[in-house]
Ligand binder design. Structure first.
Ligand code: C5P
Length: 401
């Protein structure tokens, strides 16, 4: 009972890390494709995708939280009497729906007590940061190719380390800092290769996905899957990635702090309660950009605006949102059972996976600088997580956020 949580005989920690690596690789590809495969005026709204993601994640989290409350209650008390009555009406109704025991008022009041705990306001910080980050990810995915986005996004290891040192007061050995610098160099090399190609002498020059991304690499045959009207702005993409790295690092570290710190003598609330709180606090910042958007229809009210913002959702958009929702749930498990630094390791593994997939799916060219840059990123990630490095990553004192 005291050992680490296991699933199918494997530590949950490893299962969640490997699943996150696969999910990250898939998300980068599906998000990029979902954004560039339609003309700009037919593209689904990123803000609505973020909102849908939060609604789904929140709903799943609340059901799991209720289930856990239910399990806790039934393990500590005998089953309620109404289960044992052989009244056909009651048992029919109860077997018709599986939820009644979860929706029983005792469970609901335990849930609301846990959700509206005195410290629940703390979740508003990572919630707002994650909403901003999730929106920025769509901007980046629309303006950078899959592999460049993936490798550049690894800079979040650097921002995570920075915020872990500042907020969680973790100590990093010199060797760990050296591997972080290596990481930055590797990311820089990948960035140079994507912005120094002939057709884009300045990285800010917009390029069309069809005649830009592939003009940059003229040896590549015309890609028919990418929409010809789509314009990509590499500088905008890099800016979005940089900001997403900052918000990812800060939000992740802050969430880890909340999750692992106990307030007073009581144990910290369950992960799924924290996740539900996170989603609840995300709703307002996720809804605001939709209702204030100047491109929304006039005279339909807030609900009408929200509904119409989903008008361009196609199968790819829904697939992207589902992948992101799944990723959010896995990320929470990884932060809970490992930490943000291990999360960085898992996501950099996803570079290899999505790079290989990009070669196969998008005829992505294997350039020397990409291979060199990506290899440095991977070597740095390995070094950073290497158990042989002096361990300087413990928390120095009580966290002070
Ligand atoms: O890029 P990064 O790994 O920081 O992204 C983390 C993702 O996980 C974000 O989309 C965030 O919304 C999601 N997340 C979540 N629930 C958590 C922690 C993160 O949905 N508890």
């Amino acid at each position: 009972r005291d050992g680490p949580p296991m699933l199918w005989g494997i530590e949950l920690k490893w299962i969640s890390l490997i699943t996150l690596a696969l999910q990250n690789a898939f998300l980068t590809i599906i998000m990029h494709y979902s954004r560039i495969s339609t003309s700009p005026n037919k593209t689904y709204s990123a803000a609505s995708a973020v909102l849908l993601n939060e609604l789904l994640k929140g709903s799943i989290s609340v059901v799991i939280a209720l289930k856990r409350i239910d399990n806790e209650m039934s393990s500590s008390s005998p089953p309620p009497v109404y289960y044992e009555k052989n009244d056909s009406k009651i048992s029919d109704r109860r077997s018709a729906y599986k939820l009644p025991s979860l929706l029983h008022s005792t469970r609901l009041s335990a849930l609301s007590k846990a959700l509206f705990s005195p410290d629940c306001y703390k979740l508003s910080v990572p919630a707002i940061l994650y909403v901003i980050q999730n929106n920025l990810q769509y901007v980046a995915a629309s303006n950078l190719d899959v592999a460049t986005f993936q490798v550049t996004y690894q800079m979040k290891i650097l921002t995570t380390a920075f915020f872990s040192v500042i907020l969680l007061r973790k100590r990093l050995s010199r060797a760990k800092w050296a591997s972080l610098i290596m990481l930055a160099i590797g990311v820089g090399i990948v960035q140079i290769q994507s912005s120094s190609a002939p057709a884009a002498s300045t990285p800010s020059a917009p390029i069309t996905a069809n005649h830009g991304e592939h003009q940059l690499r003229s040896e590549i045959p015309e890609e028919t899957m990418i929409n010809a009207e789509r314009v990509m702005h590499p500088l905008r993409g890099f800016l979005a990635v940089t900001l997403a790295c900052l918000t990812s690092g800060l939000a992740g570290v802050y969430f880890e702090f909340i999750l692992k710190s106990s307030s007073g003598s009581s144990p910290p609330p369950d992960l799924w309660i924290r996740n539900t709180q996170l989603s609840l606090f995300s709703l307002i910042p996720a809804i605001v950009p939709i209702v204030v958007s100047p491109s929304g229809p006039a005279g339909v009210g807030y609900v009408g605006r929200i509904m119409s913002s989903f008008s361009n959702f196609n199968g790819w958009a829904i697939g992207t949102v589902l992948t992101q929702t799944f990723g959010g749930l896995i990320t929470a498990l990884v932060i809970r059972y490992s930490d943000n630094i291990m999360k960085g390791f898992a996501t950099s593994l996803s570079i290899i996976i999505s790079f290989l997939a990009s070669v196969a799916l998008f005829s992505y060219p294997i350039t020397v600088s990409f291979v060199v840059g990506a290899s440095i990123v991977l070597a740095a990630t390995y070094l950073y997580n290497s158990p042989s490095l002096p361990d300087g990553s413990q928390t120095r004192t009580a966290v002070a956020v």
